[in-house]
Ligand binder design. Structure first.
Ligand code: IPD
Ligand code: CA
Ligand code: CA
Length: 265
């Protein structure tokens, strides 16, 4: 295993143990509101600190982009961290949340870890080495027909400027697939696409820390990840569509029926 992946796993497991302990007494937590429907608890902040300290110990010159602390400095090696993806779920004791850690080297994602501390599911990938769940190789699904596919998504909940567009896409997908799931942790949704448990996923307006690790997992599991124009700008734009290669074309075509100009990038 690549030593950098190993260090990221160590960081994710440490943060995971802390999050599970904290989940036993949710009512005692300090919670602040960043924006409407956007909360940050002391758990998000402490988890990020645990992850960064662990990575820094091994790689003192690397840079960090964390959801809670922002960008540390510019460097060739940049760790992109979501210390708790699914904070709203966590605060409601809905057991669907995770830690997401990715390494970006010269503009390319090379290492990825997504850890679900409730199920002890550890999803990992190193560029060119395949994707794994707890040491078992995973691959995207083999579904050929959109009509038989289960699709994940994320609903707008704090920024509603694309709500109408999103709802038109949702209607299209409802009418043309077997079903939709909105579990509330984008990083885990992407890991589920990599594992073949979801056949595809789309969301508008995500952040780098939501998707960097999941994007590599899906590619390494044989899937396709793109923006809504079928281009590679998904990490920058945060507009993401992904699936196995068999349904991808029909899936993105459905979404494109409702695409507005500002979502083409
Ligand atoms: C959120 C979750 C959610 C997605 C949001 C994200 P957070 O991350 O991934 O599923 O729909 O867009 O912001 O705020 O819980 O880290
Ligand atoms: Ca997130
Ligand atoms: Ca988060």
């Amino acid at each position: 295993m690549h030593p950098m992946l190993n260090t990221a796993i160590k960081a994710a497991r440490k943060a995971g143990s802390y999050i599970v302990r904290a989940s036993e007494d949710i009512n005692s937590l300090t919670i602040n509101t960043k924006r409407v429907n956007d909360f940050v608890s002391e758990v998000d902040v402490n988890s990020e600190q645990i992850i960064i300290e662990t990575l820094k110990d091994a790689y003192p010159n690397h840079a960090f982009l964390g959801e809670e602390t922002g960008l540390s400095h510019d460097a060739e090696n940049l760790w992109i961290i979501d210390p708790l993806d699914g904070t709203t779920n966590f605060l409601h004791e809905f057991p669907q949340y995770c830690i997401s850690i990715a390494l970006l080297q010269k503009g390319e994602i090379t290492q990825a870890v997504i850890f679900d501390p409730n199920r002890n599911d550890l999803f990992t990938a190193s560029k060119g080495q395949g994707a794994f769940l707890n040491d078992r190789r995973i691959r995207v699904s083999k579904k050929r027909k959109l009509k038989e596919s289960l699709i994940g998504t994320g609903l707008p909940f704090r920024d509603f400027k694309h709500l109408k567009t999103y709802l038109s896409m949702l209607e299209e997908v409802v009418l043309n697939t077997q079903g939709i799931r909105r579990p509330g942790s984008a990083a885990l949704d992407l890991a589920y696409v990599a594992a073949g448990w979801l056949d595809g996923f789309w969301e508008i307006g995500l952040s780098k820390w939501d998707i960097a690790a999941g994007g590599l997992l899906i590619k390494e599991a044989g899937g396709i990840v793109s923006d809504f124009s079928a281009k590679d700008n998904w990490l920058e734009s945060g507009n993401i569509v992904c699936s196995n290669s068999l349904i991808y074309e029909n899936f993105i075509k459905l979404l494109q029926l409702h695409l507005t100009d500002d979502l083409r990038g």
